[in-house]
Ligand binder design. Sequence first.
Ligand SMILES: [Zn+2]
Length: 77
Amino acid sequence: MAQRFILAQKYTEKYKDVLLPCEHCGNQNIVIASDRGIFDNKLYWSVCCSTTSCDCTGFHTSVVDAVKSWNEKQREI
Ligand SMILES: [Zn+2]
């Protein structure tokens, strides 16, 4: 398994008590995911509701920013 998937799992575990439940569907199973930038080959982080096609933050260069962005988004609704 690629290193970034293992990292994403570790961060999901680390931030699971910090991440707010999804305001759209009430799901508490929120997942942190990583993607490799096509052009710059950097890691980008996003926080997603595990319900398919529900809610997701955009791509952030830091995990902390992705987590913050998710929580702010859930409070706005
Ligand atoms: Zn959801």
